[in-house]
Design a protein around this ligand. Structure first.
Ligand SMILES: Cc1cc2nc3c(=O)[nH]c(=O)nc-3n(C[C@H](O)[C@H](O)[C@H](O)COP(=O)(O)OP(=O)(O)OC[C@H]3O[C@@H](n4cnc5c(N)ncnc54)[C@H](O)[C@@H]3O)c2cc1C
Length: 394
C-alpha cells in the first residue's frame, strides 16, 4: 500500500510557496534557446528563489536551507513545475554535491561552497564517467598524485554535462593504483578554470550540446579539496548516485508532466480518437504511479528519522529512476505518433511547435543511460532490494 498522506505543515508550505510564486512569477522561456541564454535566465531565477530561501529547503538551516524533509523539497519542485519554472541550472550542486558535502564534507568545505550552490553563484558539474568507466565506475583511471604538497590530476572524463558553464567539478579519482580497486579512489573538488583543464563539447542526438569530454593535464589542487578521506571516495560516490537517483530524478519527473501537458493541449485542439484517449490515459496513470512511488520513498525517509534530512537515500532510488526514465521515453514516443503528416518537419510553418516533440523524443533516449543505465538499475533492484544472487556469483 502506498501512503501519500502529506503532513499539514507540508500542505501549508505548498500554499505559502504558491502565494509567493504569484508575486514572483518565474521567467518564461519561449521555445528552444541557446544554452548560454538559458544559463543566464536560470541563474538569475535561482538567485531570486535563494534570496527567499526557496531552494535547498531540505538542507539544514545553518547552511541556508529550512531544515525540512525531502518530501517538502519535492513539493517545492512540483510547485515550480506548475508555475512553468525553467529547470534550475545548478541541479548538480543542489541535488548531488550539496547534500554530499552536508553528509561527508568538512565544516570549512560546507561554509565555503554551500551558500554559492544555493544562489547559483557557482555552478557545478559531475566528473565521474570515463571512456572505460561508465556502468563499471570503479574502473576509473584518471589519477591524482601527491607531489610537493599538492595533488596533481591527469586523465580524461567524458559525458560531463554542463562542464562548459560550470565553475566547479566534483570528481572521482584514483589515488592509489596498488590498492584494491574500490579502495584506491578519492573524491575531490576542483575549480574548472584551473590551468590544465580542456573541454571538447559533444553533440547529442537531439542537437543539444550539453555534455563534454573533459581532459585534465596536471591540474593541481590542495588536500583541502578532498571530500571525506583519501581512499574513501567510493562510498561518497555511491552516496552521490543515490541522491542523484532519488532527488534529481524527482526533479526530472516533472519533465514528464510538462510533456503530458503538451500532448493534452494538442489532443484538445485537434481532437483525439478513442484509441488515442486510452493510450494517453494509460501513460498518465503510469506517470502518476511512478510519481506516487517516488513520493512514497521520500515519505519513508521522513518516517525513518525524526529529522528526515539525516536519512540518506538508498537503493530504492533505482526503482524511481528506472520507472521515470522508461515512462518518460514512452510519453515522448507517443507524442511523435500524434504528428501524423507533419512529423518530418522540425522547422518552418508546418513544424509543430518548432519540432518540440521530435526534440523531446530524441532527448529522452539518453535518460535511460544517464545516472546509471536501465540494465544497471535492474541489477541493483534484483540484488539489493529483492535479495537475488549477485551478478557472476550464482
Ligand atoms: C544525457 C547524459 C548525461 C550524462 N551526464 C554525465 C555527467 O554529467 N557526468 C558523468 O560523470 N557522467 C554522465 N553521463 C554518463 C553516464 O553516467 C554513463 O553513460 C552511464 O553510466 C553508462 O556508462 P557508459 O556510457 O560507459 O556505458 P557502458 O557502461 O559501456 O554500458 C554499455 C551497455 O552495456 C550495459 N551493461 C554494462 N554493464 C552491465 C552489467 N553489469 N549488466 C548488464 N548490462 C550492462 C549497459 O546497460 C549499456 O547498455 C551522462 C550520460 C548521458 C546519456
Amino acid at each position: 500500500v502506498i501512503s501519500l498522506q502529506l503532513k499539514k505543515e507540508t500542505e501549508e508550505l505548498r500554499r505559502d510557496f504558491l502565494l509567493w510564486l504569484k508575486d514572483n512569477p518565474p521567467p518564461k522561456i519561449a521555445g528552444r534557446i541557446e544554452l548560454s541564454d538559458f544559463v543566464e535566465i536560470s541563474r538569475s531565477w535561482q538567485r531570486v528563489l535563494a534570496q527567499s530561501r526557496w531552494v535547498g529547503v531540505h538542507w539544514p538551516e545553518r547552511y541556508g536551507g529550512r531544515g525540512l524533509s525531502l518530501v517538502e523539497e519535492a513539493v517545492i519542485q512540483e510547485c515550480l513545475a506548475q508555475a512553468g519554472s525553467p529547470q534550475l541550472i545548478n541541479l548538480f550542486g543542489l541535488t548531488m554535491v550539496g547534500p554530499v558535502l552536508i553528509q561527508h564534507g568538512s565544516e570549512e568545505q560546507r561554509q565555503r561552497f554551500l551558500p554559492k550552490i544555493l544562489s547559483a553563484e557557482e555552478i557545478w558539474c559531475q566528473g565521474f564517467s570515463e571512456p572505460d568507466a561508465g556502468s563499471d565506475l570503479a574502473a576509473v583511471k584518471t589519477k591524482a598524485e601527491l607531489r610537493e604538497g599538492k595533488w596533481h590530476i591527469s586523465g580524461q572524463k567524458v559525458w560531463t554535462s554542463f562542464a562548459q558553464v560550470a565553475d566547479w567539478c566534483f570528481i572521482l579519482l584514483r589515488t592509489d593504483p596498488a590498492a584494491q580497486r574500490y579502495k584506491g579512489l578519492t573524491y575531490f573538488l576542483f575549480p574548472m578554470n584551473s590551468p590544465g583543464v580542456t573541454l571538447r563539447p559533444l553533440t547529442q542526438i537531439s542537437g543539444d550540446k550539453e555534455f563534454n569530454e573533459l581532459f585534465l593535464d596536471d591540474v593541481a589542487v590542495g588536500g583541502d579539496m578532498i571530500v571525506g578521506t583519501e581512499g574513501g571516495g567510493w562510498n561518497i560516490a555511491i552516496s552521490t548516485l543515490m541522491y542523484e537517483r532519488v532527488v534529481l530524478t524527482f526533479a526530472r519527473h516533472l519533465q514528464s508532466e510538462s510533456a503530458l501537458n503538451e500532448i493534452r493541449d494538442l489532443l484538445r485542439t485537434r481532437g483525439a480518437s478513442e484509441t488515442e484517449k486510452i493510450q494517453f490515459g494509460r501513460l498518465l496513470a503510469r506517470s502518476m504511479a511512478v510519481r506516487a512511488l517516488a513520493l512514497n520513498h521520500l515519505t519513508s525517509y521522513e518516517q525513518a528519522a525524526s529529522s528526515a534530512s539525516a536519512v540518506a537515500p538508498g537503493p530504492e532510488g533505482s526503482l524511481d529512476k528506472l520507472g521515470w526514465s522508461e515512462c518518460y521515453q514512452d510519453i515522448c514516443k507517443f507524442a511523435l505518433t500524434l504528428l501524423t503528416g507533419t512529423g518530418i518537419f522540425t522547422r518552418g510553418e508546418r513544424a509543430y511547435k518548432d519540432g518540440l516533440f521530435q526534440h523531446d523524443y530524441l532527448y529522452s533516449r539518453g535518460r535511460t543511460i544517464a545516472a546509471g543505465t536501465s540494465e544497471i538499475q535492474r541489477n541493483i533492484i534484483a540484488e539489493r532490494l529483492l535479495g537475488l544472487p549477485r551478478e557472476g556469483k550464482h
